[in-house]
Write a protein that binds this ligand. Structure first.
Ligand code: ZN
Length: 69
């Protein structure tokens, strides 16, 4: 049985044949999707709960200014 941390759904099981012919399971992390700003394509680090989540704070500021004018 594997350790609890490896049972996570964010892991991928891969069967790998060793040089000795043994089949072993390797646990790997799934590739995480990197969140990027929809406008300037910069990486968004913080997860926020607000309208226009796909924009970075800088672009959001600009967007609000544009919508007010
Ligand atoms: Zn941006």
């Amino acid at each position: 049985m594997v350790r609890g941390a490896y049972k996570s759904r964010s892991k991928v099981r891969k069967r790998i044949r060793t040089p000795g012919g043994r089949l072993v399971v390797h646990y790997k992390n799934k590739n995480k999707q990197i969140r990027r700003c929809a406008k300037c394509k910069k990486i968004i680090k913080q997860r926020v709960s607000r309208p226009m989540q796909e924009l970075c704070p800088k672009c959001l500021k600009e967007q609000i200014k544009l919508s007010v004018r």
